[in-house]
Structure formats: C-alpha cells, structure tokens
Ligand binder design. Structure first.
Ligand SMILES: [Zn+2]
Ligand SMILES: [Zn+2]
Length: 993
C-alpha cells in the first residue's frame, strides 16, 4: 500500500482551506453596507427599535471577529446562546452553523474548473462536457481501480474567483467607493514626485492612449501578481500552487497593498508549476478582463446617490519574480538574450559553463575613457547602448513566434522543440496580448525588486566570504580571466606540479571572515525590525547560510556598507556601498524622477566598476537586471507598490490555514526504533516525497538493468543507503545542486524518535489506540487513499516524529491496517462495512501524518462482531492552531529617494590589482595540467560574444531552470522547510539528470 495520491488529498484539503478563506473574505469585506438584493432582503433589525444596526450587520462583524481571533465554533455557539438569554427579543441565529450558512449566501464563492492532467486545456466553456482532453485525448477523470460507479474525480481543479462582483462591491460601501477615486485627487502636484503608480510615466501614457477610459475616474486599474508556493510547507510534500492575486491601484498608497484589498482570482493547482502553460490557466480571468474592458458592467456607486455607472477595468501590469516573469510574459529569462529590456542586445558573453552578463560599458557615453580601457575584458568597447524597442517592434517580433500546442503531454505540448532564431527569446505570445490595450502598455511586467536584491546579495556575500558553495569566484572564473588575458595577478599558476589559485582582493581573509560572521551574529536590531541573523551564521563561522529575502534586504541596506569598509580595499568597498545606496534610494517611500534618472547613470558606472573588480562569472542576469530598476520606477512609481511582499504576505494568510498540518501534541517520550521499523518508516517517507521521484526511478532502473528478480523488495531495502550516497556525492560536487531539504532527507533519520499520544492533522485530532480505549470518544481511526484511489482503513498505533539533520522532522503515523479486500469490505446504500478481524500490510505500517484522514468505526448490529461500519470525519479547522504573528518588518525607508546621495566615485581603476597579497594562494585539488595557461589559446576559445550557443527550447524546464544561477523568491520568510517550486523543478529537470 502506498498513499501516493497526494495530489488528490491535497486538492481535497485545499477545498476546506478555501472555504475558510472565502468565509473570512466575505465576512470581512461585507461588514459595512448592503451590496445586493439578497443583502437587502436580510436587512432586519437586530433588536426591536434599533434601526441603526441590522441583524446581518451584527453577524458579519461577529464572524469577522471569530476569524480574526480564531474563536472556536463552540465559543460562538455559546456566545449566541448567552445573547439570546440576556436579550430575549434579539433577532439572531441560533448557532455558528446557521450563521455560516447565512454568510455563505452573501459570500463570494468560486468556480471549480477541471483541468487536463497535462495542463493542455480547461474543461470550460466549449469543453465543459468533454470527457477527454481535446488536445492530448487523456481522460478527464482519475481512473479508480475496481470503481465503476459513483462520482468521477477530476485530475486537477482550477479555482476561479470571479472578479466582477468584488469590483462592484468596492463601490457598494461608501468608504471604499470614495477611495476608488483617490488616484485622481491624490496624484502628486509635482511632476518629479513618484508617490503612487498614478504619478508614473506608464499610467500617464495609458490615459493618453485611452482617453475614453481615463475620463471615467471610477474605472478600475489592476495589477496582477503570481508566484508559486507550497501551501503545505512540508518537505515531504512538494506541491506548488500558483495563486493569482490582483491589486487595485485606484486606492491610495496606504491601502492599495493592504491584505484586505488584494483579491485572489485564480488558484492554479499543482503539483508542478504551470510554467509555459500559465496562459491555459489565465483564460477565465483574461476573458473576464476583456469583457470588463470592452463592455464594462453596470455598477451602483453608493458614494454618488446610488447612481449606476458603467464600470470598466484595465490591467496595468504584472508583478513577479524573474522566473515567473518568463511564464507570464513569454520572454525566456535564459540564454544570451535573457534581459527582457535589452532584448536581442542583452550584454552577454559565454564563459566556461555559463553565460555571463557583462559588457555594461556599452551604456557609457561614447567618449568615456573606460570604453578604451582593455583591463575590463581585453577589448575596447565601441557599441552603443541597446536600442529602445517600441511596442510596434515587440509586436513585430511576436508575429514571428509560432503557435505551440499547450500542455505537458510528451507527445503533444510537451515535445521538446528548438526555438527558431528569429523567434529570439520569445516562447509564446502571452495571453495578455488578447487585451486590446496590452501591447501599448509601457510597463507590462514589473521585476520584483526584493527578489533582485536577494540574488545580488547572495552573489556578493558568497564571493566576499569565499563561500565554497556560493562564491562566483570559482576556479573556472579564474580560467576565464586567463582566456581573456586580463588580471594576470589572479591567474591560476603551477608551483612544483601543484595548481595554485591566488587570493583575490574581493575576498575576505580568514580572520576577517570570522570577524564578519561575528559581527552578523552579534548585531542587534529593534523589536520587529528584522529577524535575528544569528541563525544564519554557519557553525564554523565562515559562511552565512539560509538567508531569506528580508534578511538580504537588511544586509544590503544596513549592514554590508558598514562592514565592507573594514575588510576590503577602498575601491571595492566603495563600489559595493554605492550599489547598496542605490537599493536604499530605490526603496524609499517616495521617490523622485530626477533621482531615478540620476541613479540610472550612476548604476552604469557602478556596474562597470563591478566588472572591473569581479570576474565575468560573477555577473548572472540578476546583477544586470539591477540596471533596469530605475527605469521601471520612473514608469511605474514607488517600488513598494510593485513588489511581491504584500502578495507574499497575503499568500501567507492562505498558508496559515494549512500550516502545521500535523502538529503532534501531548507529553512526548523518547523511543528507540528497532532497525526494521526504522527502515520501514524511512522508506515510506522517501517513497512519498515527490521531489525525489527521479532518484527513486533511477534506482529502480538500475536494479532492473542488473536483472534482479525481486526489484521492488530490493528497492525498498537498498534505496535509502543508495540515496544517501548519491545525494552526498552530488553535494560534494556542487552544494548548490542539493537543497537543504534533500540533504536532510538523505541524512537518514535518527533511531531515537519522539513519540506522542496525540496529533492534530488539518484541524482534526488523532489519538493513539491505546489512549483511545481508555476514553469515551474515538479518535484513532485512520484512512488513507491508495495509489488507485482505493481507501485503506486502520487504527493509529503510534505517532512518531522522525528527526533528520538541520532540524528537519517528519511526523509519521504507525497504523494497524485492516485486511479488507474482497469479501471483507461491503458497501450497501452508501454505507461501508469492513471486517476488522485480520491485519494487513504489516511491513508497510507507516503513513505521513499529513496524509491521514480520520474515520470512526461503529458496530454493525446486522452482522457479526468482526464487522464495523466506517464513518468519515470532515477535516476542517475546528482545532485551529494559533496563526503566526506577523512581525512588522522594515522594508521601506520612511524617506525620500533624495535623502540618499548616490555619487559614484569612478576613482582610479587603472592601477588597482585584484590580488590579495596578504594571503597565500590556495592549492587546488585538481592536477595542474588541465588548465595551465599555456594550453589556452585565444583562438580556441573565441571568448568574446560567441553567439553560437544553440537556442534550446526550454519549454520543458523553463521557469524553474535558470541554470542554478539565481534563486526564485521565497514566498515564506521564516519557514525553512518551504521548497520553492522553482527550485524543485530545477532539481527535477536539469541539475540531476
Ligand atoms: Zn491534455
Ligand atoms: Zn537589460
């Protein structure tokens, strides 16, 4: 038995979660005034003679309090009873259940749309009634062995929350209705100030292009954000959902990014990220947006005497991290032309093993002396900056892009295909181009500043600290310098048959590295300002690890400029400080156009200086992207209204409902597992970890090729050790390839485990059987869906927390399973009856706690004493765990961009050398012969601009695969076990195969 039906189980759980969110959403948002006829009908007095407060109004407020404060249903029942007792004439429902029923009528439901398992198409509109996918012909339904009747289950479900009623509702309450005009009155008087997107160039251009839209100020402008996240935050369940969230930019800056004003419109199901098929899922939303642009919708505006006006809606832009930007825009963020702005003129070059985005001198004025300086890359620079492309140019490029079959079916949409040269980096013409106004929008896709900042910070820190896993100053980076014949002082050299690597000026010496780590460990921030960085200092005080994006933000903006001065020479430290100052300037609450124009120029100098300091391998695409951030600010306004933070925080709310899915409870005790039991548990966890599926298959294949007879049995026995060796081997080669989670899983669980008497799973409480028999209630019944959808029933025997290295743990249930095959299970009139006299699967007793569904058993008076009737228990959030307290985090500088002076000192680069003379060169493991500089001939390597790289169609491993160069943004700011799906994809698709 294997409970591998996680996708379905997960889907199922999401429904509960969503119901909660929707309930929360509706009760929070309708707490003001009536919105439609239904509402009016229920508009009755709370108490005779009290006309100011309706019964419904009271109830919405009560329910809102309940959700916010996590009251139990029971406490609401009690409160309602008390109120009725104290005020006999009060007009209230009797119970929480009734209140909920009432609310759900008001609330905003969602539509469940079935999706082909390969993401080819939605079973929607013209496909609503189809049984098979119109693209790949696969069945819409999960095939359940032995099940011929009953309700069909779809492979995947897209949740779609219609936009229109929620937008209408914004005008149904006096308060928000007025604020929806803020953008018209609140825009800056001074053309130089950027306080809101309305002040940006893109908004003005939009108004100019669409005067008929602009003249009705109540028309709505939206921003769209999407990011992958794992709602389960559990390393043994890699599941990536892609919520699509909208923000309303009509509202003032202090409200527009507030959680309650963000709207979830689509919940794209996992387990993998949609990638190139994003557009399939965006279809319902884009159709609705088209309708809302062309025809609009009649909307009642309570702030204007309930007058009806025709509301129209426009999508201004998207906000996402760089990998997600590829899915949304269609422009691949990989290869020579990775930069969406520079397009086919992206400054890039091939270095050993990767693409380096260097060549920023082309942005300098044509007379700048650095253009003639050969110390940059051995060449002078004559090219001008890349041309600015107009929307017509882009449309022209897109017209050359061929239509592709959507989906991931290996014979249809999933077929690998090379991109034609004239398609450039375009993978598709994005679905947004169906919006009549999209092509002329000046800022279509915003880069998440925080994400860029994090990746820059990681590269910088890794290199400064000489982090063996993160430094960009690798041996190959030095070989690049040798090929370019620049910075001779850093070239590898032979010394008595040994290969030596001279220390570089941009790397701390050992003692300083310790000092730096010590500094980070001891820095103290005010309450709520930042998370404690102590945890990020590696035990040997030589590396900083596990930084989340907010940590990087603090490091870049507060700490790095301070510490660099102490440990690096002036040219290097001032260049890094200048870069940090730029980020400070950019992250100011109000920014000035003139500052950004200025910063743009300064950045070119900063990037050039960095190129002069660091080897080309340092420059991944994220470093280059920094250069476009000022432009985007000028177009779109302050970054805090165009970055992922608010959206991530919103998603966290979603996640709060699912987090701590399985939370062990009660007095724990230490238990030593016998080796066979431990092996059983260990294998179960590994076998139920989708992230390592490729390894599982690889191992099985190996066994098969060796011709062993009992593959499955051997696989079960041998896999954990094999996996351990494999992962640790990979880790040794390149630690970046191996996530902390994988490494922990491969570390094998400790034989000493914690045992608990109770555990809460998705809000349902489980007790072990021996506890249960002493009680008057029953909480030990367990069921799990098997691979084919069949259900297994059992009793919970043990709750064990397996612990791995790095503090990871997995909670598993050891169960006694009933053998209820064949005649031992009967279903009559929807009643399932099982024979519990025999036990089964003694060698496969474990399941993940998160997979367990509760059941309870009652005697069947119509049968003998061995038979039990199975009753299912609904997993909802009756036992809500307290939600995590969000600390206020300092992201913005409460300042203006002008308060940070950014003046780049172009100094005297000519005479600096990059070798650290105060430390000896390091001896390398590898033999000297392979790379001695005498073997490297300039012709052989044709280093500069060898634009011959094959244009691979990366459709299969697109967004996730960024060559391991940079990280996708982390949705979670504090939970180390969150596996970003982009990382997961990367590990599945490219690095390990
Ligand atoms: Zn299909
Ligand atoms: Zn660029």
């Amino acid at each position: 038995m294997q409970g591998q039906n996680e996708g379905l189980v997960a889907e199922d759980e999401m429904t509960d979660v969503l119901n909660d969110v929707v309930r929360d959403d509706s009760s929070a948002a309708t707490s003001d005034l009536g919105y439609d006829a239904l509402f009016d009908a229920m508009h009755s007095e709370l108490y005779p003679g009290v006309s100011s407060f309706s019964s419904l109004n009271f109830l919405t407020k009560l329910m809102h309090l309940k959700v916010v404060n996590k009251w139990t249903n029971k406490s609401v029942d009690g409160l309602l009873k008390l109120l009725k007792l104290a005020f006999p004439k009060i007009n209230l429902v009797d119970s929480h259940y009734e209140a909920k029923k009432l609310m759900s009528k008001l609330g905003l439901g969602y539509e469940s749309i079935h999706v082909c398992r390969n993401d080819c198409a939605l079973f929607w509109k013209e496909n609503t009634d189809k049984e098979i996918c119109p693209v790949c012909y696969e069945s819409r339904w999960v095939q359940i062995a032995g099940k011929s009747s009953g309700k069909n289950v779809s492979h995947k479900v897209l949740r779609y929350f219609s936009l229109t009623p929620r937008l209408k509702r914004l005008f149904a309450t006096t308060h928000t209705a007025r604020l929806m005009r803020w953008h018209n009155t609140g825009r800056s008087k001074d053309n130089d100030d950027l306080g809101h997107p309305v002040d940006g160039k893109a908004w003005r251009a939009f108004d100019k292009n669409h005067p008929d839209f602009a003249c009705e100020i109540r028309n709505v402008r939206l921003g769209l954000s999407s990011d992958g996240f794992n709602p389960f935050g559990n390393m043994s369940q890699s599941y990536s959902m892609w919520p699509v969230v909208l923000a309303t930019y009509n509202l003032p800056p202090w409200l527009c990014m507030k959680e309650e004003n963000l709207m979830l419109t689509l919940l794209i199901p996992g387990p993998q990220s949609p990638g190139k098929d994003m557009d399939v899922f965006l279809r319902p939303l884009v159709d609705e947006l088209k309708e809302l642009w062309t025809s609009g919708i009649d909307t009642r505006d309570v702030s204007n005497n309930n007058c009806i006006f025709r509301m129209r809606v426009a999508l201004l832009w998207t906000v996402s991290d760089f990998p997600a930007r590829s899915s949304l825009s269609g422009w691949s963020g990989q290869g020579y032309d990775a930069c969406p702005t520079c397009n086919e003129e992206t400054p890039s070059t091939r270095v050993i093993g990767k693409t380096a985005y260097v060549g920023h001198r082309r942005f300098l004025p044509s007379t700048h002396h650095w253009r003639n300086d050969r110390t940059f890359n051995g060449q002078t620079e004559r090219r001008g900056p890349p041309p600015q492309l107009t929307s017509a140019d882009i449309l022209q490029q897109l017209s050359r892009v061929k239509i592709r079959i959507p989906g991931k079916h290996p014979s249809y949409g999933g077929v690998k295909r090379k991109r034609d040269k004239d398609e450039l980096n375009w993978r598709k013409k994005s679905i947004f181009y169906e919006l009549p106004y999209w092509s002329t929008n000046e800022l279509k896709h915003n880069l998440d500043v925080i994400h860029v900042e994090k990746n820059v910070c990681d590269s910088l820190l890794g290199t400064l600290l000489g982090d063996p896993h993160k430094s960009k100053d690798t041996d190959n980076a030095r070989r690049d310098l040798m090929k370019l014949k620049i910075r001779h002082e850093l070239h590898l050299y032979e010394d008595k048959e040994r290969l030596m690597k001279p220390a570089a000026e941009y790397t701390f010496i050992n003692a300083d590295r310790q000092k730096f780590c010590n500094f980070i460990r001891n820095v103290k921030f005010p309450d709520g300002f930042a998370s404690n960085l102590r945890k990020n200092v590696a035990p040997n005080e030589s590396r900083i690890i596990g930084l989340k994006s907010h940590d990087c933000h603090i490091l870049m903006q507060r700490l790095l400029p301070v510490v660099c001065r102490a440990f690096l020479n002036k040219t290097i430290s001032s260049t890094i400080t200048e870069l940090c100052t730029f980020f400070k300037k950019l992250c100011a609450r109000s920014i000035k156009v003139s500052d950004m124009v200025d910063a743009q120029q300064q950045l070119i100098l900063i990037l050039c200086k960095l190129e002069r300091i660091f080897p080309p391998a340092f420059f991944d695409i994220m470093i280059h992207l920094v250069m476009h951030l000022p432009e985007e600010a000028i177009l779109g306004g302050p970054v805090y209204m165009r970055w992922m933070y608010p959206f991530e925080r919103y998603l966290k709310k979603l996640k709060d409902y699912v987090r701590n899915q399985s939370k062990p409870e009660g007095k724990r005790s230490l238990v030593v597992l016998e080796s066979d039991v431990r092996a059983q548990a260990e294998f179960y966890v590994l076998n139920n970890c989708p992230e390592i599926e490729t390894f599982l298959n690889e191992h099985k294949d190996q066994l098969q090729t060796r011709g062993v007879t009992n593959v499955n049995q051997l696989h079960r026995i041998k896999f954990p050790a094999w996996f351990h060796t494999k992962i640790y081997g990979l880790h040794r080669i390149n630690a970046d390839d191996v996530s902390l989670e994988l490494l922990s899983l491969a570390s094998r669980p400790n034989a000493v485990v914690h045992s608990y008497p109770a555990c809460i799973v998705n809000g349902v409480r489980f007790l072990t059987y021996d506890r249960d028999i002493r009680r008057k209630t029953q909480n030990s019944g367990v069921s799990i869906a098997g691979t084919g959808g069949e259900i297994f029933y059992g009793q919970l025997q043990d709750i064990l927390e397996l612990s791995y290295i790095n503090g990871f743990s997995v909670v598993v249930f050891r169960c006694r399973w009933f053998k209820c095959d064949g005649k031992r299970k009967v279903t009559e009139n929807n009643i399932t009856i099982i024979d519990i006299s025999r036990e089964a699967y003694k060698d496969d007793q474990f399941i993940l706690a998160s997979q367990a569904r509760q059941v309870f058993y009652i005697d069947d008076p119509s049968r003998s004493h061995n038979w039990r009737v199975v009753q299912e228990v609904n997993h909802c959030t009756t036992w809500d765990t307290p939600s995590m307290v969000l600390t206020e985090i300092d992201l913005l500088h409460d300042d203006s961009s002008s308060n940070f002076s950014l003046f780049v000192d172009i100094g005297n680069l000519d005479h600096i050398t990059m070798q650290r003379v105060d430390i000896d060169a390091i001896q390398l493991d590898r033999p000297a012969k392979r790379a001695s500089s005498s073997n490297v001939s300039g012709d052989e390597y044709n280093f500069i601009n060898d634009k011959e790289e094959d244009i691979e169609d990366e459709d299969d491993n697109d967004e996730g695969d960024n060559g391991g160069e940079f990280e996708a943004s982390d949705t979670e700011t504090d939970c180390p076990s969150v596996e970003d799906d982009d990382d997961a994809d990367r590990s599945n698709d490219s690095d390990y195969e």
